[in-house]
Design a binder for this molecule. Sequence first.
Ligand code: PEP
Ligand code: MN
Length: 337
Amino acid sequence: MVIVMQEGAEEAQIQAVIDRLVAMGFDVHRSTGVRHTLLGAVGAKVDFDVRDLEVLDGVTEVLRISAPYKLASRAFRPQGTLVGLGKVQIGGPRVVVMAGPCSVESRDQINRIADLVAAGGAQVIRGGAFKPRSSPYSFQGLGEEGLRLLREAADRNGLLVISEVMDQTQIPLVSQYADILQVGARNMQNFFLLKELGKATRPVLLKRGISATIEEWLLSAEYILSGGNYNVILCERGIRTFENYTRNTLDISAIPVIHKLSHLPIVADPSHGTGRRDKVAPMGRAAVAAGADGLLVEVHHDPDHALSDGAQSLKPEQFHELMQQLRMIAPAVGRTI
Ligand code: PEP
Ligand code: MN
């Protein structure tokens, strides 16, 4: 960290900042320039609040150099993390497609969709059994019955299962049926849930919060990693911006940013990222071109009658077309699909 003192800062002010840094556990290196005094603070300390220094008399600016997360940082595992689930690996050369409905609605529905996403080349089926709906009057999911149906449909097609866990009490139940536990955008900062997931035996897909910065998102991942669960997959699902033509703004730039800052794999969800079926394939293609390790995409055999998120669910033929396109794009960026 570098502390820039104001031009003409008094010696007593500079000394007070040095004393404060030393008390916080830093080694301080002073450099006196023509106009400004700079204080370089080095030390292993991660948990401090830069504002405590910014408010001291005579301080102009505080520049934090090291990230506030450690286990999630790229430096912790420069080679990257591979989340392995049998023959499926997330974070390796193959782009992993996780596809399925927003919610599990019935046996017939999930079986039809499982057949079609498996035929298209998906390796994981998605489907919510516990749904975080904005309105309490909307369909809330089938609960355990939904998980049972999802597992059955997946097994018939040799697919893995991803499903959402909304609070810590659901972890054992969802883990019984799902291979990957999804944390929804609204729960990205549910720290009790994240801590419990740190003890879970299943990989966790952590969605980016609706208004979360990349740093906040990585700090949430840090909660899971620091509990001992290193199998974390990040998912960019769009953030809220001033633009309201699309449901959210899919932050494609988060993909290369995460690859630079963290060793964790990152997938993109162009369905929640756009909210409109006709925008899903272009953004899915863009995400793979930008280096996403996978896609999480909503697909429905009859989206006009879906109980949730029909408008952003791909129709079967659209899903197959997207997969064809990804088969051309992935090799162009050194990946397979
Ligand atoms: C979902 O994947 O169905 C979902 C509810 O997503 P998010 O948490 O990103 O809104
Ligand atoms: Mn959805």
